[in-house]
Write a protein that binds this ligand. Structure first.
Ligand SMILES: Nc1ncnc2c1ncn2[C@@H]1O[C@H](COP(=O)(O)OP(=O)(O)OP(=O)(O)O)[C@@H](O)[C@H]1O
Ligand SMILES: [Mg+2]
Length: 321
């Protein structure tokens, strides 16, 4: 499969009172065309900032200081703002972690989707609105014509999330970035939304970068998984391979912490310690303070992400050197 998106050595930093937060600190990640890639990791590991860096939608105090984001053969990092806007309107869409922040409260949801379509397809507003209603129907909203005339605050959380998905897919993007698309929803609606994303993927052929902390969602949805820790990818493999033989001690800890169905409930395995203070990441491997292995060299040098066993299984740990 050819690569749709290739992130190379990406660094994103924030200037804050008291120093510099290295939120993304050398990320390498590849998304093949039409694939669904999961991105998992503890809170604060840099998943959302990786996504926002791809979209170049960072807050004012944030800056991409190094690296490349290849989309086809174009590096998004150096692109002029207008061209980047064009990419966001046509080729890459994002579903945000909190839908209320992405929807404009003063416009009806129909008008918002119609505007996205109008800019993308260069059609008039009425044609855009018809397409918006069709999209709302497609994401399973009943009475879509009436709903199109409503404002975001008039909809439930689950419905707003569907509206976001409708809006994100209305331009048939090649890449959909979904940041915790179901975390805020209850379990039944969560299952519906995931099913919807799978169907729509079949329909539009989009690739998906799915950010989640839910390994069950990953198992169900993703072709491959990247595991993030303290601003870096520490392991990437096909979903099957990662679940069957995790290689990084952090991944092993994560997997050991999920309760298994049908197994007598033992005490949950918990990785001791916590993520490093982003203002004072230790030298060498950032996971070392919590690592049961503590491989030689890990106190001094950051382990690179390298192939291990097969070309598709990448891991960043000195124990395999
Ligand atoms: N605007 C900002 N200013 C300063 N630091 C920030 C800013 N946005 C994010 N960060 C920091 O960057 C790091 C990565 O944050 P990010 O939101 O990417 O985490 P995440 O993996 O998405 O976590 P979660 O699972 O909670 O959504 C965190 O330490 C966070 O505090
Ligand atoms: Mg996040």
């Amino acid at each position: 499969m050819s690569d749709l998106l290739r992130i190379e050595d990406l660094h994103t930093q924030f200037h804050v009172h008291g120093g510099t937060v290295k939120a993304v600190d050398g990320v390498n990640l590849t998304i093949p065309a039409r694939a669904t890639v999961g991105l998992v990791g503890e809170s604060g590991s840099g998943k959302s900032i990786t996504a926002l860096s791809i979209m170049r939608l960072l807050e004012k105090n944030g800056r991409i200081t190094q690296g490349h984001v290849w989309f086809h053969d174009r590096d998004l990092i150096g692109l002029p703002d207008e061209e980047m806007q064009d990419i966001r309107g046509n080729d890459i869409s994002m579903i945000f972690q909190e839908p209320m922040t992405a929807l404009n409260p003063v416009f009806t949801v129909g008008d918002q989707i119609a505007e996205a379509v109008r800019l993308h397809q260069k059609v008039d507003h009425q044609a855009g609105l018809n397409r918006a209603i069709e999209m709302l129907r497609l994401v399973g909203i009943s009475d879509p014509k009436r709903r199109a005339g409503q404002y975001p605050h008039e909809l439930s959380g689950g419905m707003r999330q569907r509206v976001m998905i409708a809006m994100a897919l209305s331009t048939s993007p090649e890449l959909l970035i979904a940041d915790e698309p179901t975390t805020a929803l209850d379990v039944t609606i969560q299952a519906q939304i995931l099913k919807l994303m799978r169907n729509l993927k079949g329909e539009f052929g989009s690739a998906i970068l799915l950010i989640t902390h839910d390994l069950g969602v990953v198992a169900e949805m993703c072709d491959s998984v990247a595991v993030m820790y303290a601003g870096r990818i520490v392991e990437q493999a096909t979903t099957e391979e990662l679940f069957a033989s995790p290689k990084h001690p952090y991944t092993q800890g994560l997997l050991a912490s999920i309760p298994r169905l049908g197994k007598k409930q033992e005490r949950l395995h918990v990785i001791t310690g916590s993520v490093p203070n982003p203002l004072a990441v230790p030298p060498g491997c950032a996971f070392r303070p919590r690592c049961p292995i503590k491989a030689p060299r890990s106190d001094r040098d950051i382990p690179p992400l390298t192939a291990n066993g097969s070309a598709e299984h990448l891991v960043a740990c000195w124990q395999y050197e």
